[in-house]
Design a protein around this ligand. Structure first.
Ligand code: MG
Length: 253
């Protein structure tokens, strides 16, 4: 397992590093997507500001990818993955605030496992997926549930600025489909499942999306949320906690 992190120290330019077991970061030179070199420089985690784990051109999300969630939404299990987009302008890192919009009275959390594309690809088969994915991260598919119901389509409900918290790390060399996934609201467990319960597995999802649109290096795909979705209030602390992938923390304001 390798845990990459993108960060700044004070006002430095964005930097990539590897998180060590002692919670310090070893700087790397170059680009985690192609070639990089480990440097001797080490920095303490508490001195850095963590950035989103990539700079995507788009965020593609899968709806209804756990059968328990499809059931709670009173929707049929779909025959093919249901996909939608979130704008890149909604992306925020670990520890940044989710801003509660005035036009909504119900803003929900959705804990999700996301992946980051390593290469730009189009039309790939399921066997070509693994070598084109760089790693995995935590994602909170924040949703204005009342506006989702009112509009009938999901763009407004899913797209407010700050509605795509993602991070803190980009983790490679793990089995993404054997990870416990949990969401805590103010420390209380609200969602609990395992990524082994995905209806459409990661290879299927990525291959399927690549047959619709070109996936660019750094693009994020979020794989859907399990049952237990629910509302957040201003002042809440929300944490997406996924096995070896990490724990993404944000506050609502
Ligand atoms: Mg979702």
């Amino acid at each position: 397992m390798i845990r990459f992190v993108r960060y700044t120290v004070e006002d430095s330019t964005p930097q990539w590093g590897i998180v060590n077991n002692d919670n310090r970061i070893t700087d790397i030179e170059g680009d985690v997507f192609t070639h990089y070199k480990v440097t001797p420089n080490v920095v303490d985690m508490d001195r850095v500001t963590i950035l989103p784990p990539c700079e995507p051109t788009k965020i593609v999300c899968v709806g209804l990818n756990y059968s328990d969630h499809a059931k709670e939404m009173k929707l049929e299990k779909p025959a093919d993955p249901v996909i939608f987009l979130k704008p890149v302008s909604a992306l925020i890192p670990h520890m940044e605030d989710i801003i509660y919009p005035e036009s909504s009275q119900r803003v929900d959390y959705e804990a999700e496992l996301a992946l980051v594309m390593k290469n730009t690809v189009k039309d790939i088969s399921e066997d070509m997926v693994d070598i084109n994915v760089l790693g995995y991260t935590c994602f909170n598919d924040v949703t204005a549930r009342d506006l989702q119901a009112k509009d009938g389509q999901w763009t407004r409900a899913k797209s407010f600025d700050t509605f795509a918290p993602c991070g803190p790390y980009l983790v490679s060399n793990i089995n993404p489909e054997k990870q416990p996934i949990r969401l805590y609201l103010n420390g209380e467990l609200k969602q609990e499942s395992n990524t082994s319960k995905l209806i459409f597995k990661i290879r299927r999802v990525v291959s399927f999306i690549s047959k619709v649109m070109t996936l660019n290096r750094g693009d994020i795909i979020s794989t859907g949320t399990p049952a237990g979705i629910g509302p957040m209030k201003r002042g809440d602390k929300v944490e997406v906690d996924i096995g070896n992938v990490g724990k993404l923390t944000n506050y609502v304001r």
